[in-house]
Design a protein around this ligand. Structure first.
Ligand code: NAD
Ligand code: UDP
Ligand code: UDP
Length: 334
């Protein structure tokens, strides 16, 4: 007996491939720091139409001002914890505050954003047949006992601490991604992003690179949180965006670490910023916050092999680019 079931409706992915129309791309959190740089790169391709959905908690329209009114661009004020109905081929899901002071400000909201927000974007991906990329984080490794961190490391995370809304939230988001992939066949990509810096970071974001640069330009002491020997590895934003697009366009689900393996202690970073911007400024030791990871450095073997990606911009090259942007925004001439 022949089936009377109607054929499935064409998904937008098949539709746009069939008609060779533009690629429609949703960027959640696209008004933020990394998101707005990603939008700039995606908009360079005339075949892309970009929709940004953002609730402007930490992002701003200002970051996207050059695209507002562009025929291939659309900006929606939208909170990802609510249902979103759009027709797209790809979803870059970035929406989530990234700086500890912002994600700790309303931790319950941070969890909702990570869990319900990611669930909604997966439901959307399922309905329209879109490929979805999640920007996860090196925080899924917690205070790591393995150094540097490969993707196979399961992490050392406090489930009930003040950072848990963010790091456990992202861990559940990764779980949801893989369950939708296994259960519903959704095409997923997971990037584990390590500390990223560059122009357009919120000046009062509270993150270490933005704090040190703003402090040096204002002639204030650089606040190194104790003990100062903790390490981070900083990736310049253009390298990050390049890695995210390669991951989206490639054939690997990930998770894949994207970050710069150049590792520095916070005291070394303070000395570097001091030398670069204001050699007379003081370095002051201040109290730290709970559960601060003591060391962090990505193992990027997988990104090199599978994406042909590695960072190009060294910290010594990236810091002056960020300094120039902060000078403009703070009105501090050279
Ligand atoms: P950001 O704070 O500048 O950008 C986040 C954007 O998401 C903002 O525009 C904000 O308004 C928006 N947003 C937050 N909650 C939302 C919600 N509920 N609904 C809709 N929009 C919402 O941060 P960023 O540095 O650009 O980070 C982007 C992504 O990369 C985040 O998912 C973050 O977890 C991840 N990440 C960043 C870093 C880093 O060092 N910057 C490191 C690891 C992971
Ligand atoms: N969803 C959405 N946009 C869509 C489709 C779904 O925001 O285009 C949301 C929807 O609100 C739901 C979530 O995604 O809560 C998960 O959707 P799914 O279809 O997987 O689950 P269900 O609706 O069956 O619970
Ligand atoms: N940090 C610091 N001074 C500051 C802000 C942060 O020494 O003014 C330290 C902080 O203790 C941590 C590191 O810098 O060890 C990175 O902190 P950030 O908030 O930038 O990122 P994350 O902890 O998420 O990696």
């Amino acid at each position: 007996q022949t089936s009377t079931k109607p054929p499935p409706l064409p998904s937008p992915l098949r539709f746009s491939k069939f008609f060779q129309s533009n690629m429609r791309i949703l960027v959640t959190g696209g008004a933020g720091f990394i998101g707005s740089h990603l939008v700039d790169r995606l908009m360079e391709n005339e075949k892309n139409e970009v929709i940004v959905a953002d609730n402007f908690f930490t992002g701003s329209k200002d970051n996207l001002k050059k695209w507002i009114g562009h025929p291939r661009f659309e900006l929606i004020r939208h909170d990802v914890t609510e249902t979103l109905l759009v027709e797209v081929d790809q979803i870059y899901h970035l929406a989530c505050p990234a700086s500890p002071i912002f994600y700790k400000y309303n931790p319950v909201k941070t969890i909702k954003t990570n869990v319900i927000g990611t669930l909604n974007m997966l439901g959307l991906a399922k309905r329209v047949g879109a490929r979805i990329l999640l920007t996860s984080t090196s925080e899924v490794y917690g205070d790591p006992l393995v150094h540097p961190q490969p993707e196979t490391y399961w992490g050392n995370v406090n489930p009930i601490g003040v950072r848990s809304c963010y790091d456990e939230g992202k861990r559940v988001a990764e779980t949801l991604m893989f369950d939708y992939h296994r259960q519903h066949g959704i095409e997923i990509r997971i990037a584990r992003i390590f500390n990223t810096y560059g122009p357009r970071m919120n000046i009062d974001d509270g993150r270490v690179v933005s704090n040190f640069i703003a402090q040096a330009l204002r002639g204030e002491s650089l606040t190194v949180q104790k003990p100062g020997t903790q390490t981070r590895s900083f990736c310049y934003v253009s390298d990050m965006v390049d890695g995210l697009i390669r991951l989206m366009e490639g054939d690997n689900t990930g998770p894949i670490n994207i970050g710069n393996p150049g590792e520095f202690t916070m005291l070394e970073l303070a000395e570097t910023v001091k030398e670069l911007i204001s050699p007379d400024v003081e370095i002051k030791m201040v109290e730290n916050t709970p559960d601060d990871p003591r060391q962090r450095k990505p193992d990027i073997t997988k990104a090199k092999e599978l994406l042909g990606w590695e960072p190009k911009v060294k910290l010594q090259q990236g810091l002056p680019l960020m300094e120039a942007d902060f000078r403009l925004r703070l009105g501090v001439a050279k």
